[in-house]
Design a protein. Sequence first.
Length: 179
Amino acid sequence: MDTERSYEKIERSDLERLSALAREDREVFFSRIPRWKELYSDRVICMAMCQGAALHYVNSKNGIKDFDVWTFYAQHPKASFPARRVVSKDFGMSKFGKDSNEAHYIGRRVDLIGRSIACAVDVDPVEAIKKYLSGAQTSSARLLAVKAVVLIEPADRCGLVVWDGEYLTNADLRLVSSL
């Protein structure tokens, strides 16, 4: 199947696959750059599927072009997690097919992104994400707030919809879409 968007249902096993890809990438990153391991390896708040695929998980209408998986870390006082770090991986063969514009992937592209946010290490992940998005202090928070956020980890909350974009007013949506 070779289409721009997939409308297949995202299930827990798919979320677990995304989690495994993000964990593997994080382990490689930390093994290559010990400074970031020292600062952030024990500060993971949660991992979440965000943006279009997350909105599809919520409404089954958006369709999936790619997957965006964000790992959120409690901000370290010495340095912010490198915001420009985005790694793309291949979801692999699956019911989601592939985007015909992404010829070099077997399946859907998975973008892995990390972000440090102002919160305590032991914060409830749901409250941390809601505060981050509702505050919309950064362009990333504003971008993510337009669509949806679905937890992938912690595992006991896998599939929990933390944010569905309905918290935003029309004025908020106009502001975000103008960015």
